[in-house]
Ligand binder design. Sequence first.
Ligand code: ZN
Length: 270
Amino acid sequence: MDERHLQMLMAATGDYTGGIDGDLGPKSRAAMTAVETRHKDAYTFDPTTTTDHRRETAAAQACLNQLGHDAGTVDGWHGVNTAEALNAFLFKAANGKDELIDRKPTANFAGAVTIPTQSQVASVYGQPGDQIKARLTTIELPFDLRIDWNLRQRTRKITVHSDCATSLRAAIIAVRDHYGAAEMERLGIDRYAGAYYHRKMRGGSSWSMHAYGCAIDFYAQPNGLRVKCPQALFCGSAYQPFLDIMEQHEWLPAVRLWGKDAMHFQRARL
Ligand SMILES: [Zn+2]
């Protein structure tokens, strides 16, 4: 977490009145303590027993959540949710309005016709919140994926909508069968970056496909929300079988749907 950004966040929450100088002196430390005290129920760990870096990230997450920019769990790990919440905060601070991300469909990509369009997901999958929560299921893979924002951590469990679970499990197993464990890790395809998550669309006001449990992200950093081909990593030729396999299993790559956000795959058409 950039120290200036943390100071800007703590200024926005009213905890900090010092300079935005990137120097975390006594005023900044006192502000961080105030944030930690106020949000202690949201913290998943004790911020006084960790590194400065993780502590600062957690304070920023708590401020972002308070300011209405959903950074996710206050865990001190700087993942894609934290990064995008900070982007949203900075955009608004600089421009005085929310960033709007254009998701115009790319030409000639229909996707599988057996799955709902984005405008049908509420009637097919249910309403985000309690309805969706009641229909979630957790798939278990026969191998581990790495957690994208904390690579020492691994998981083989992914929570998605029960209508989307079988096809997702089959897709990831088919990807693994194609690449093998070592190549999947070398390419970063095994970096799982989140599936079900109750939140609004980034740079938009409607519910994210993640809130319906019909979306999954992989390897966020080089496959950003605003990054197009050929700059996004998943646009590279080594990744096309990955995208093909996901698509064949009805999990459509965003980079083929709207030409950006290559980390993102969803079981919904545009
Ligand atoms: Zn996503």
